[in-house]
Design a protein around this ligand. Structure first.
Ligand SMILES: *[C@@H]1O[C@H](CO)[C@@H](O)[C@H](O)[C@H]1NC(C)=O
Ligand SMILES: *[C@@H]1O[C@H](CO)[C@@H](O)[C@H](O)[C@H]1NC(C)=O
Ligand SMILES: *[C@@H]1O[C@H](CO)[C@@H](O)[C@H](O)[C@H]1NC(C)=O
Ligand SMILES: *[C@@H]1O[C@H](CO)[C@@H](O)[C@H](O)[C@H]1NC(C)=O
Length: 332
C-alpha cells in the first residue's frame, strides 16, 4: 500500500512523537536469564551497573535504565588461567571506597569447591574504568564477600565461611586500611541454627548491607538454606547500632525468612543485593530465583528486581516475588 505524501508525513510524525514521549519508564522481570545468579546491581552517576559471572570470569554491564540492562553490552573485567583462581568464579560485587571502585569476588580451582576464596580487583573513579587484579583477600575458605560500613567502627568485609564452626555461616572481619587486605580477627556472627535455615543443609551465605538511615538502622540481608532447595530464602540480621560488628551479640536475627519463593512460579529466591533509587527514596531488592519447583543452584537462575516496601515502624517489608508480567515503574 502506498501512502500519499501527507499521510506519510503524518505517519512519520506519529512515530517521532511516540519515540519522544515513551522513553523506557517501566520494566518487567527477569532482568537477566540465563546468567542471572548472585546478582549485584548498583547505581552510580546516571547508570545502573550489573555484575555477573559465567563461572570463569567477572562481567560488568551498564545502562541508564533497569530495562536497558537486559540488552546492555557486557565487558569482561576478570578471567585467569592461574589454577588457584581460574574457576568457580562466583558472586562479584563492586564497592566504592574513597576515590576508587573495587570488585570483591569468589574464585577457586577447577577440581572441587575446597579452594574457594575471596579475591579483589582495583578500578578507577567510575565502575566503567579498567580493573586490575590485586590479590587474594582471605586466607581461609570463604565465599560471597561484601563490604559493610558501620558508624564509628569503619569498613568491614562480611562473607560466608566455616570459621571454627560446623556449618557454613556468616563471618565479619575488619578491612585493612588499603582496602585490599584484612586485619583483626575473623569471627562468626550468624550460624544456621534455626530450623528454617536448615533445608537439606544448614547454610547462611550471600550477606549484603541494607542501610536504613530513615530509622537509623543497619541490616544485613542474607540467604538461608541450601541453594539446591526451593526453601532458599532471604533473612535479616539487625545491628544493635553500638556493639563491635564482629561480635555475634551485636546482631539480631529475623524470626524467619523475610522473602521467599513458592509464589508466581519463583523458587529459591535468594542471594540478593540492595540498591537505592537515584533520588534515594526507594529501596530495591535484586535477587535470583529459579522456576524449578525443587529449587536449583545452576544456570536456571534468573535475576529479578523489585521495590521493597516499609512496615508501619519503618522497617523493610520485602513483600513477595512479583510475576513476570508485572510492570514496575523505573526507580524514582
Ligand atoms: C579505603 O577506604 C576507606 C573508606 O572506607 C578510605 O578512608 C581509605 O582512604 C581507603 N584507602 C585507600 C588506600 O584508598
Ligand atoms: C582477637 O582474638 C583474640 C583471641 O580471641 C583476642 O585476644 C584479641 O583481643 C582479638 N583481637 C581483636 C583486634 O579483636
Ligand atoms: C522434583 O523432584 C521430584 C521428586 O524427586 C521429581 O519427581 C520431579 O521430576 C522434580 N521436578 C523437577 C522440575 O525437577
Ligand atoms: C538445572 O538443574 C536441573 C536439575 O536440578 C535440570 O533439570 C536443569 O536442566 C538444569 N538447568 C540448567 C540451565 O542447567
Amino acid at each position: 500500500m502506498l501512502f500519499s505524501g501527507r499521510r506519510l508525513i503524518t505517519a512519520l510524525l506519529g512515530v517521532a512523537s511516540c519515540l519522544l514521549i515513551s522513553p523506557a519508564t517501566a520494566f518487567t522481570n527477569p532482568i537477566r536469564r540465563p546468567g542471572g545468579s548472585d546478582p549485584q546491581m548498583i547505581y552510580s552517576d546516571g547508570y545502573y551497573y550489573f555484575l555477573s559471572t559465567s563461572w570463569s570470569n567477572v562481567q560488568i554491564a551498564r545502562a541508564t535504565t533497569i530495562d536497558g540492562l537486559k540488552t546492555a553490552t557486557r565487558k569482561t573485567v576478570y578471567s585467569s588461567t592461574e589454577a588457584s583462581r581460574c574457576c568457580n568464579v562466583w558472586a562479584p560485587e563492586t564497592h566504592y571506597l574513597d576515590g576508587a571502585w573495587y570488585i570483591y569476588f569468589t574464585a577457586g580451582n577447577s577440581k572441587n569447591l575446597d579452594g574457594q576464596n575471596l579475591h579483589v580487583l582495583k578500578g578507577g573513579a567510575t565502575p566503567w574504568d579498567d580493573f586490575t587484579y590485586v590479590g587474594q583477600l582471605s586466607n581461609e575458605w570463604s565465599i560471597d564477600g561484601t563490604i559493610i560500613q558501620f558508624d564509628k567502627w569503619g569498613t568491614y568485609l562480611a562473607s560466608s565461611c566455616f570459621h571454627e564452626v560446623q556449618y557454613q555461616s556468616l563471618c565479619m572481619q575488619k578491612l585493612g586500611d588499603d582496602n585490599v587486605s584484612l586485619k583483626g580477627n575473623n569471627s562468626v556472627i550468624s550460624q544456621p541454627l534455626e530450623s528454617w535455615e536448615q533445608s537439606r543443609t544448614p547454610v547462611n551465605e550471600g550477606p549484603y548491607a541494607l542501610y536504613m538511615e530513615e530509622i537509623g538502622k543497619t541490616y544485613i540481608v542474607y540467604s538461608a538454606n541450601d541453594c539446591w532447595t526451593p526453601e532458599y530464602c532471604l533473612a535479616t540480621l539487625e545491628w544493635d547500632g553500638k556493639t563491635d560488628p564482629t561480635s555475634a551479640a551485636a546482631w539480631k536475627k529475623s524470626s524467619g525468612c523475610v522473602f521467599q519463593g513458592g509464589v508466581n512460579g519463583h523458587y529459591g529466591t535468594g542471594h540478593n543485593s540492595i540498591v537505592r533509587s537515584p533520588d534515594g527514596s526507594q529501596i530495591w531488592n535484586v535477587y535470583h530465583a529459579t522456576d524449578n519447583v525443587n529449587g536449583s543452584c545452576n544456570d536456571s537462575r534468573y535475576t529479578m528486581v523489585q521495590v521493597v516496601g516499609k512496615n508501619p515502624d519503618g522497617s523493610p517489608n520485602f513483600g513477595t516475588p512479583v510475576a513476570f508480567d508485572y510492570n514496575s515503574a523505573e526507580p524514582s
